[in-house]
Design a protein around this ligand. Structure first.
Ligand code: FAD
Length: 498
């Protein structure tokens, strides 16, 4: 006998996660389910998420956002890359750009020919063969263009920087227009059925809001998944010890860079995210290695423009819920866990969770097999992203205690295996479904100063001069492409923005 369908969904929390979930579900299920969202203005949102990865375009497209309107509503700009300053060693910098590096031509990937030529002293830095990096360095931007054929211009992949609080407000308007009912109120607690499922959230005035299915988007508080159901937390701070951030926006400056900058400091790192109306800044640090006062002073002494308002502090712990879905509750966003924003992945993890929720959308039977599959897949995504973030700390040659601890840590097994494989012949193997591509790994590995001992033997088959000529041709094509791209600020101005 099939189980009855769910009728009522309650989303707890109206930050970026809550409103993305509300709009995503309303778009898919229309008015066949009642969707209500409870949020508290008194509590507010974290609202500092500002940098994203290219897959955000897919979410925006599915929920029907017009790109220009989205950029206007959120003060958004385009993002081609992240620049890492002082990460490998003080004084060094590199970029992790979106999209491809080089162009595949022969038997093995471009990177293998690059490793071969580099070992012979005949290669340029990796970024010289990548359109995203070269354009980012020149502060240029435009979306991909198909013509001329084989041009690197066809490979431009991009994401956005935007004001996450404005994004949530924008999504709210659209979600309400699609039937989502918003309820303002502070939830004091939740009540359970005799079987142990959540049956209602209770507001400060005593009102009970019941539902069949609850989505916990209550942020760090994790009101249902942890406070009520106590599902437990996998603490990853042995790999990612940063546990605080101090944030402050500042006045925008020109040029308007189409990339995020991450600058390593003594015990953490600082982000710089250019929006149309301001630049977002935050210093993520380990409270074991640095005091709050020093962290704030470091942040303020590295701003491009005048600070707008007082610095705000946030506390967190890296890790994820043991079960993001338990009984009739799914946690999405900060309620599901936290990974520092080094590779701009939190909003992506929200998007990913919404997709998984749609894939495994329940009826009132809440199949244990479906719930287990959701949890296993979501763990896979979280752990693989965690490994990529840990990589930045583990592979460094800085000399302060915080960084020496990072280099000396016992890395997660999945990361260790990747590093061993890479060290011998520069091979990066991406498991099916992993977010970060071989190219992303390579840019960070080489950027942090880790180069393999050898290269793929088949990359030695072509004559050296032919390989060199091929790399030079890619380099010229990349720079010819960049020369055709407009300045990032001019491109936004043409859209009537910035
Ligand atoms: P929140 O924004 O905290 O929202 C929680 C909601 O729950 C609020 O509406 C609140 O009112 C409600 N709520 C809580 N308790 C109650 C209650 N008792 N009653 C009623 N309502 C309640 N992500 C990126 O993708 N890119 C970035 O660059 C990035 N940078 C970040 C930097 C920092 C320092 C931090 C901490 C996060 C960053 N993130 C980033 C993550 C991003 O901000 C969040 O993932 C995203 O905003 C989702 O937050 P959320 O909606 O889960 O939680």
């Amino acid at each position: 006998m099939p189980h009855p369908l769910i009728r009522d969904i309650v989303i707890v929390g109206g930050g970026t996660a809550g409103w993305m979930t509300a709009l995503g579900l309303a778009t898919v299920v229309g008015d066949r389910y009642r969707i209500r969202l409870v949020e508290s203005d008194e509590i507010g949102t974290v609202g500092v998420g500002e940098a994203t990865i290219p897959l955000i375009q897919r979410f925006n497209r599915i929920v029907g956002l017009d790109e220009r309107e989205f950029l206007r509503e959120t003060g958004g700009t385009f993002k081609l890359a992240i620049e890492f300053v002082d990460w490998g060693r003080v004084g060094e910098r590199y970029m992790h750009g979106f999209g491809r590096v080089g162009q595949d031509l022969w038997t093995v990937g471009f990177e293998q020919y690059w490793h071969r030529m580099r070992s012979l002293g005949r290669a340029r830095p990796l970024g010289e063969y990548a359109i995203a990096q070269a354009a980012a360095r020149a502060n240029r931007f435009m979306p991909a263009r198909r013509e001329p054929a084989n041009s690197p211009l066809a490979d431009i992949a991009y994401a956005y920087h935007f004001d996450a609080a404005r994004y949530a407000r924008y999504l709210r308007r659209l979600a309400e227009a699609r039937g989502v009912q918003r309820r303002e109120g502070r939830i004091t607690h939740a009540t359970l059925t005799p079987a142990g499922d959540v049956d209602a959230v209770v507001l400060a005035g005593g009102e009970r809001i019941t539902a069949d299915f609850f989505i916990d988007c209550s942020g760090f508080r994790a009101l249902l998944i942890e406070e009520t159901l106590k599902t437990g937390f996998d603490d990853w701070s042995r790999w990612l010890p940063c546990d605080r951030a101090v944030v402050v926006p500042c006045e925008p400056v020109r040029p308007l860079t189409p990339y995020t900058r991450s600058t390593a400091h003594r015990a953490g790192w600082q982000w710089r995210i250019p929006l149309q109306h301001r630049t977002g800044n935050g210093h993520v640090y380990s409270s074991v290695h640095m005091s709050d006062d020093e962290a704030t002073a470091t942040l303020l002494s590295h701003l491009d423009g005048k600070a707008l308002g007082e610095p705000r502090q946030l506390r967190f712990k890296a890790g994820m819920r043991r079960q993001a879905w338990h009984r009739n509750v799914v946690a999405i966003g900060l309620a599901a866990g936290f990974l520092e924003p080094l590779e701009s992945t939190s909003i992506h993890l929200v998007q990913q969770a919404i997709q998984l929720l749609i894939d495994f959308f329940p009826d009132r039977g809440f199949s244990t097999a479906d719930v287990a599959a959701f949890n296993a897949q979501s763990r896979f995504h979280w752990e693989r992203i965690r490994d990529f973030i840990v990589l930045h700390y583990h592979v460094n040659r800085r000399d302060e205690p915080f960084w020496r601890d990072g280099a000396g840590m016992a890395a997660p097994d999945t990361l260790r295996e990747k590093l061993e494989l890479y060290r011998s012949h520069g091979r990066v193997r991406r498991v099916d479904g992993e977010l970060f591509t071989e190219t992303a790994w390579l840019q960070v590995l080489a950027g942090q100063g880790l180069l393999p001992e050898g290269f793929h033997p088949l990359a030695a088959l072509q004559p050296e001069d032919s390989v060199h000529a091929y790399l030079e041709a890619v380099h010229r094509a990349v720079h010819a492409g960049v020369a055709q791209m407009p300045d990032h600020a001019d491109f936004l101005a043409r859209l009537g923005l910035a």
